[in-house]
Design a protein around this ligand. Structure first.
Ligand code: FDA
Length: 307
């Protein structure tokens, strides 16, 4: 089902009818803070009052020219300045998709994305916060980890996402479990071929457990990003077993998913961070959220029919 939906989402008629939905519609706003930085700051403040930290994502991916990529980088720098002005930077960092910074722009893509990402990392440093690189489909992993390595020479706190679904990821976890490293471990949201990723969900979950163990036993800062409550329970138990302090790791969930559990876990003494996207280019992000849960698709179809 997820693979089929992700493929259907690339077709023109589906894209046209879903992306014509106004962002104000409740089913879109469930997952997205709003169209602009002002709405994201407002939600950030509310989550902060509930004891939750935030990582902010300026929505957008797969830009097709260098000026769009530069505009995305400028939007992030402006957001970071806004966070500082609003006194929110102590509990809010940014998450960045390198395809929105030009990574796919031919032979120069890697260099363009690196320069744009470096400008955001500079702004994050000036604001006193951090930045994490999202991970996109498997063809981008080498370039993304290369850019991570280059950014970390100046800013060792730049983090990255690793996807348990990919066969390579246990090795990447080992490479990135050293002191100062920040890894956000996810299952993986992209439709991948069996040549590079576990096709069965049970195998992805088992790989996630092995990766979690590697990260917790390393010297870095594991960011356990899942809504799978069995894995959440294992993460808190593993942290306790290894004597990890509250500050040395965190749980992360997406805005709009398991909202009550986010607050309960935070109240119970776990550091919880919410991934909070905003902006008008929400289609790709929204479709991945639908693909993760069939019930979300039926809800959308019902709403489109009644629109
Ligand atoms: P799983 O899919 O097994 O879900 C467990 C339970 O959580 C479900 O049974 C359901 O109850 C609930 N749930 C999960 N998804 C839901 C949804 N969309 N709507 C409603 N309920 C839902 N991926 C990636 O490839 N690159 C990336 O950079 C990131 N970044 C990222 C950051 C953060 C903070 C998170 C939490 C996740 C990501 N992801 C990601 C997405 C990730 O790869 C994965 O697709 C989702 O987190 C869903 O997987 P779970 O671990 O939640 O488990």
């Amino acid at each position: 089902m997820p693979k089929l939906l992700l493929a259907a989402a690339q077709t023109r008629p589906v894209r046209a009818s879903v992306s014509a939905l106004p962002i104000s519609r409740k089913m879109v706003r469930r997952f997205i803070a709003g169209p602009d930085a002002a709405s994201a700051l407002e939600v950030t403040r509310t989550l902060r009052e509930q004891g939750l930290a935030v990582t902010l994502d300026v929505l957008g991916e797969d830009v097709t020219d260098a000026s769009q990529a530069a505009a995305t980088a400028a939007a992030y720098r402006s957001l970071l300045a806004d966070l500082a002005d609003a006194d929110l930077a102590d509990r809010a960092e940014v998450s960045v998709k390198l395809s929105a910074l030009g990574q796919a722009l031919g032979a120069d893509g890697h260099k363009i994305a690196l320069e744009n990402a470096a400008s955001i990392a500079e702004a994050a440093a000036a604001t006193g916060t951090t930045m994490t690189l999202d991970m996109e489909d498997h063809t981008t992993v080498d370039s993304t980890l290369g850019i991570l390595q280059e950014l970390r020479t100046q800013h060792p706190w730049v983090g990255a996402v690793l996807q348990a679904a990919l066969y390579r990821t246990e090795g990447d976890c080992r490479d990135l479990s050293n002191a100062g490293s920040r890894v956000r471990l996810v299952k993986g949201a992209y439709a991948e071929p069996a040549s590079v990723a576990h096709p069965r969900k049970a195998d992805v979950d088992a790989a996630y457990r092995r990766c979690m163990e590697i990260l917790f036993n390393g010297q870095g800062h594991p960011m356990i990003a899942t809504h799978d409550m069995a894995l959440v329970a294992e993460a808190t138990a593993t942290a306790a077993r290894l004597g990890r302090s509250r500050e040395s790791w965190e749980l992360q969930m997406l805005y709009g998913i398991r909202t009550d559990e986010q607050k309960t876990l935070s109240a119970a003494g776990v550091d919880v961070r919410v991934y909070l996207p905003f902006g008008t280019d929400w289609y790709g992000y929204y479709i991945r959220r639908l693909a993760e849960r069939p019930a979300n698709v039926f809800f959308l179809l019902r709403n489109l029919k009644n629109a």
